[in-house]
Design a protein around this ligand. Structure first.
Ligand SMILES: Nc1nc2c(c(=O)[nH]1)N[C@H]1C(S)=C(S)[C@@H](COP(=O)(O)O)O[C@H]1N2
Ligand SMILES: [Mo]
Length: 175
């Protein structure tokens, strides 16, 4: 009986040690440098890469380093095809080691919307930072506007997706 208890305690301790050893490399590789410019986007929640307590703070250069892409698409607000440059939501989520399945997106104007991370996996959703070659400022829906490829994927021409097309994005919470 006593020995059983001892065995259980030993196994529990061993399991705990294993868990710590498995998790440690993950913590050690959380190498995201501190931003040197103005922070444009803060990602928090279920992420493994941080440069502040529980948060990934990203300036323009750090965002661009995720990998700039171009997306040409129409949108409900402008006439004709527009050219947007920015980073893929999918690449950003990879960069910060996101593991949740829902994003709570927040904008400078206080607007918030839920975005399923499956959107990022299924579609090349863009965090647009440039519009027709120019950086977007806050007055012009910048600095970051989530743009869905609605021309290439007509199933995205819905009210729900319009609602997820959040401009002046400043925070993402991964849940
Ligand atoms: N920052 C921000 N993004 C936003 C919104 C908003 O109010 N603020 N409105 C959303 C909604 S509900 C829709 S339908 C689309 C288009 O909004 P609009 O028709 O008012 O231009 O943008 C989305 N993105
Ligand atoms: Mo809307």
């Amino acid at each position: 009986m006593k020995q059983d208890l001892l065995g259980t305690a030993t196994r529990a301790a061993a399991a705990l040690l294993c868990a710590v050893l498995i998790l440690l490399p993950g913590l050690a590789s959380a190498e995201l440098r501190k931003p040197s410019g103005q922070v444009l986007l803060t990602v928090s929640g279920k992420i493994s890469e941080t440069n502040a307590v529980g948060e990934a703070l990203l300036d323009r250069t750090m965002l661009e380093e995720v990998g700039m892409r171009t997306l040409k698409t129409s949108n409900p607000f402008e006439e004709g095809t527009q050219t947007y440059e920015g980073i893929l939501l999918r690449d950003l989520l990879n960069r910060v080691g996101a593991s949740g399945d829902t994003l709570i997106a927040h904008a400078l104007d206080g607007y918030t919307v839920e975005i399923p991370t499956s959107d990022a996996a299924k579609y090349p959703v863009l965090l647009a930072m440039k519009w027709n070659g120019k950086a977007m400022d806050v007055r012009n829906k910048g600095p970051i506007w989530i743009i869905y490829p609605i021309d290439e994927f007509p199933e995205l021409k819905t009210e729900e997706i319009s609602g997820r097309s959040i401009w002046q994005l400043d925070k993402l919470l991964v849940q």
